[in-house]
Design a protein around this ligand. Structure first.
Ligand SMILES: O=P(O)(O)OC[C@H]1O[C@](O)(COP(=O)(O)O)[C@@H](O)[C@@H]1O
Ligand SMILES: [Mn+2]
Length: 324
């Protein structure tokens, strides 16, 4: 076990991270199904920002709501935590409302989510797309490789699992940009689980046999890629990510954060190093968590998960809250 002196995360109450995601989820939950993505996001951001102040840490947002001039709160570089200059230095990746459209439409799998690690341990991913490939725990290291085709990756996983390629179930974001990928998977006979949004939950689904999902493939947000990699670092499973740059402005963003090899394929442990914490609270119910529920007596319930890489501990936390 690490002593507090070794590991700054020990000095932040790991469980306290859940209060931050709970606060964001509860705030966003009032906007579930109200058709207003922006209002839902703003509510989650404000609540998360406030909740951070209750934590004893000197935190810095490294993945957040955008660049300083784009986001009023929780922008990249913003200091969070109630112990600036004296508490442990922690880097934070966050998505106060992962699934703004899901929330607006009352769909499944919207989450309030964050990852925390020692300073310098999270890839400062710019807000661009990322090609993602993931598989759950229990496979030989290197079984998936983003440099190879979807067909090759499915065949490798199927062989290791002892099944036919057509038995493999792959989760993919339902987007026109994935039409070739989906056609290739269907040609192999794979089951393709199409999700409307929310690839943090989509990637994490590969770690849970109950979902029946074997693999995750396709392009989504790079920030969400780092968050999902943090979760897999805690519970196991492999992840490959490659940043996708659509124009010079996006390339300039990468340069700003010191990323010079634009074609690099990052493994899970290159995206997230050292010890880390992953915390999430469900906003709407889905494969990972139950959403916020309002009881008749005016109380509400939440479900959260908090995990830690160094110990591999996964804690599921149900909360009951008085509606304000
Ligand atoms: O909708 P796009 O542009 O395909 O982007 C995909 C990304 O958007 C999401 O579906 C939703 O993210 P937000 O709600 O945080 O915007 C992510 O899960 C995913 O990585
Ligand atoms: Mn998101």
């Amino acid at each position: 076990m690490n002593s507090p002196a070794d590991n700054p995360l020990d000095r932040v109450l790991v469980l306290e991270m859940v209060r931050v995601t709970e606060a964001a989820a509860v705030a966003a939950s009032r906007l579930i199904g109200r058709g207003d993505e922006k209002a839902a996001d703003a509510a989650a951001v404000e609540a998360m920002r406030k909740a951070f102040d209750t934590l004893y840490m000197d935190g810095t947002v490294v993945i957040g709501e955008g660049e300083r001039d784009e986001a009023p709160m929780l922008f990249i570089g913003e200091k969070v935590g109630g112990a600036q200059g004296k508490g442990p230095k922690i880097d934070i990746a966050l998505d106060p409302l992962e699934g703004t459209t899901i929330t607006a439409k009352a769909g499944p799998n919207a989450l309030a989510v964050l990852a925390a690690a020692e300073e310098g341990c999270l890839l400062n991913a710019p807000d661009v797309y990322m090609d993602k490939l993931a598989v759950g725990p229990g496979y030989p290291e290197g079984i998936i490789d983003l440099a190879k085709s979807p067909t090759e990756n499915v065949k490798a996983v199927a062989a290791a699992k002892g099944v036919e390629p057509g038995d493999i179930i792959v989760c993919v974001l339902d987007r026109p940009r994935h039409s070739d990928l989906i056609a290739e998977l269907r040609d192999l006979g794979c089951g393709v689980v199409l999700i409307g949004d929310g690839d943090v939950a989509g990637v994490i689904a590969v770690t849970d046999e109950d979902t029946t999902i074997d693999m995750y493939m396709g392009q989504g947000g790079a920030p969400e890629g780092v968050l999902a990699a943090a979760a897999l670092r805690c519970v196991g499973g492999q992840f490959n990510g490659r940043l996708v740059f659509r124009n010079d402005d996006e390339k300039a963003r990468a340069a700003k954060w010191g990323i010079d090899d634009l074609d690099r394929i990052y493994t899970r442990d290159e995206l997230v190093k050292g010890d880390c914490i992953f915390a999430a609270t469900g906003v709407t119910s889905g494969s990972l968590l139950e959403g916020v529920k309002y009881l008749r007596d005016g109380r509400m319930t939440t479900e959260s998960v908090v995990m830690r890489a160094s110990s591999g501990t996964v804690r599921w936390i149900k909360g009951e809250h008085r509606a304000k």
